[in-house]
Design a protein around this ligand. Sequence first.
Ligand code: AMP
Length: 248
Amino acid sequence: MKVLVGVKRVVDFNTRIQVKSDGSGVQTDGVKFSMNPFDEIAVEEAIRLKEAGLATEVIAVSIGGDKNQDTLRSALAMGADSALLVKTDDEIQPLMAAKILKNLVEQQQPKLVLLGKQAIDDDANQTPQMLAGLLGWPQATFASKLEIDGDTAAVTREVDAGLETLSVDLPAVVSSDLRLNEPRYIKLPDIMKAKRKPLEVIDLADLNIAASASIATLKTSAPPQRQAGIKVESSEALVAELKARNLV
Ligand code: AMP
């Protein structure tokens, strides 16, 4: 079973985001970028499937600029077998990402596509669903447990009422939630080994996919400053404060 994993390069989750003074976006100069945390979980899950003898090959794919090669090298260091970069300097919105991933799926014929449930830069949570729709494949989003049994996958998802387990026929698109696993720590020898693994770069223009940017960002602004909290001396004082603010 071949597994294709989406890997997006995003501003590191530990970075304090600064909005540009003209409101045209967030500062990216001199800012640390890393693999989208949910994609790290997806890569880890794919590698675990390979280690369990359920997957035969793990291909990490990314769409973006040349620097995405670093992100793909991290996926290779974690244990992916090969990597594919679809190179573009344009902004890639979820529908376009889904169209590009569909093209790669048609080329690579994986039985499972593992993506993150959302990218922490756009927080869109759309690409996996759109990809499944475009492919006409089953989808199981927000996976917190994945079990493969022959041509089906049992996917446990965290929903408001608790845990829900879906059975989907493969091929399918699955998106990872936070509790699916804890990604492994990359060791230095793995980084060295990753340098020798295949990483193919394809120009987006060569895939002949009609550009589709249907969303325009009008303005980016910082959230309002949070008010400082207050300290109360007793639970009675806490209840009195909450009552005074009509919160209980
Ligand atoms: P989004 O719909 O933007 O929140 O992204 C959801 C998931 O789709 C991400 O966690 C990735 O797995 C995948 N994805 C989105 N954009 C890209 C990209 N440019 N390159 C690779 N994977 C992507």
